[in-house]
Ligand binder design. Structure first.
Ligand SMILES: [Zn+2]
Length: 150
């Protein structure tokens, strides 16, 4: 009953306000990459919030797939962001000097391609997938993207 009242007392501008827009940043737990990635996403995508499914070396988790515990946990975090928050952007991050995924950039770029294809199979073709790499100067570079199919 209370919520009914609330609906009828909304002013016109409030009614037209779009629903909250979420994106998803699948990032490493590494403290050095949090701000650069969030800053990059805020500057490049017109979204209000970025959910943060995190793992130590998510590229390793998503391409090796032998650690089912961490894989299922990471995918569940992404699922909530996509299904409950309606995210239509999944950014996946690799970075320089990753303790959880200690391989060179060329390998991480291959992992990004593999992991994005895997996530696309899991979460659908209607989502924009972006692969990011945080370089040795802690600057974010877009490595690849897969546009959504409409
Ligand atoms: Zn890392």
């Amino acid at each position: 009953m209370f919520s009914q009242n609330l609906i009828f007392t909304l002013s016109e501008p409030e009614k037209k306000r779009p629903i909250m827009k979420f994106g998803t940043a699948v990032n490493c737990i590494d403290g050095r990459v949090q701000y650069p990635v969030l800053d990059y996403l805020n500057r490049n995508f017109d979204l209000e919030f970025f959910d943060s499914p995190n793992e130590a070396g998510p590229l390793h988790i998503l391409t090796d797939r032998s650690d089912q515990c961490r894989l299922i946990s990471l995918k569940e975090q992404i699922r909530v962001s996509v299904e409950e928050h309606g995210s239509r952007l999944i950014a996946l991050v690799g970075h320089h000097d990753c303790a959880g995924n200690p391989v060179k950039r060329e390998i991480q770029e291959k992992q990004i391609i593999d992991a994005l294809a895997y996530l696309r199979r899991a979460f659908g073709k209607h989502i924009l997938y972006v692969g990011l790499y945080v370089n040795e100067q802690w600057k974010v570079e877009e490595y690849t993207r897969i546009e959504p199919e409409t």
